[in-house]
Design a protein around this ligand. Sequence first.
Ligand code: NAP
Length: 503
Amino acid sequence: MSDSSGSRTTDGSKICVVLGHERVSTLLARHRQLVAEGVGLVEWRLDHLSGPVDVAGMLAQRPGPVIVTWRRPDDGGKRATNEELRVAKLHAAIEAEAEYVDLEPDVAEKLTLRSSSRRIVSIHDFTGTPDDLQWLHARLSGAGADVVKIATLARSASDSLRMLRMVRESRLPTVGLCMGEFGLPSRLLAGRFGAPWSYAADTTGQPLAPGQLDWRTMRDVYGYEEVSPNAELYGVIGDPIGHSKSPLIHNAAFRALGLDKFYVPFRVLPDELLGFLDDARALGVRGLSVTIPHKEGILARVTEAEDAVRAIGAANTLVFDGSKVCAWNTDCRAALDSLTAAIPGSSLTGKRALVLGAGGAAKAIVCGLRQAGAQVTIAARTLARAEELASALDAQAVAWEARHDVRPDVLVNCTPLGMSPHVDATPFDAPALSSSMVVFDTVYNPQWTRLLVDARAAGATVVTGIEMFVRQAARQFELFTGRPAPVEVMRSALVGAARRSGS
Ligand code: NAP
């Protein structure tokens, strides 16, 4: 069997699904299913097999291209085994012409046998990402590699960016990836930066390395195999970031319009924020969505900002345009558009609004409500924050305990109360809701929060956080692309994901 899946010039970047099973029959059966589902490359982790292993016999039955790997426990292998036996099995895999055989540098130097098998010379570091990745790469290349693989633990987003830069600069096909949550961009962007493949977990069972996504998410949600080497890069920064639905809806929108653009989540720590922005821009990132806790911190790098950003003191969108760093706050407009669409006569002028919470979302929404002529009262758990916001934006503040006495026309929840998994929580008691109210919950996971269910039962007009989320993302899409956003595509991607997660 022959295959050219290692070439970075003749073939697109593949997803390599990593399989570790105890029984050979299960491994081969799963491999056959994956081939039927269109998976082009599979890694067999022989260190997961129990009992005797007949590598040549297994390879004779392989349904598609394979990487044969038998890891030592120190490199993340499952079972300890006699080293001589392990090397003999790798030797057998080369002899039987597996498409790829994964070797540690010391073994690669000793195993001189050559066949049509290509040698992946790999190194794993579960403690961090070394400073000198180029030196490491040279060492592995020098051990007779056809493909270099470097897998390290990322301790920051910048580790991922350094790894991607190393992959891009390598002359030999190189799979460089960072493990852990900080490493996700290196897995998703591997192909964009020239790696012949990226590793993914199977959809069943546990990932075999920290931070591995399952292959369906990589293929179907991110569209990994469609990303071209010229794809323009976008992303979302936050800490934490794992919950963000922004990659889902932006990638769905890019793909629906056939745009060669790709959007990834970056977990960025507050103390690396400014360095990250500089590195990301240097690496070719064109624009970023920004979420907690960076909406204010990014302003230190902004050169141009719309009025709403200056009024609110926070931005959720950055676009890198040559030497300019431009900032917008699309939350504010999105919230106001969501509300006015639900209000009879579409005017907020003179309406009494009660905003619950005094954080970033509240700031953007109070600012928009004031500009629209509403009278705003803010109730927050920390009264001092409510008072500070009220005095900055010419609003009133009341104690959290007094919120039910306000009797507003418009109620807006800007606290996380009711958000999954605490779906039974609500920031406002049901008896205080009435049919004359418009109730807007910014929480979008779940779509139907307890507050909104109670409000609907009271006959109130309701506005969901999904409305706001889709609108803020749609405006970002327009800023990123200069085109109208496919709003319905974005909405159904978000609603579909909420349905799949059971909310
Ligand atoms: P934030 O800056 O952390 O502010 C959260 C606010 O909620 C603070 O006032 C906080 O009070 C208060 N709070 C937190 N836990 C509370 C509790 N158990 N009881 C009472 N008050 C509580 O967060 P944010 O950026 O404003 O986001 C708030 C919510 O808005 C999030 O849950 C998010 O789902 C939603 N949001 C939605 C969209 C959308 O597009 N739909 C966009 C942005 C945000 P303290 O100051 O006392 O901690």
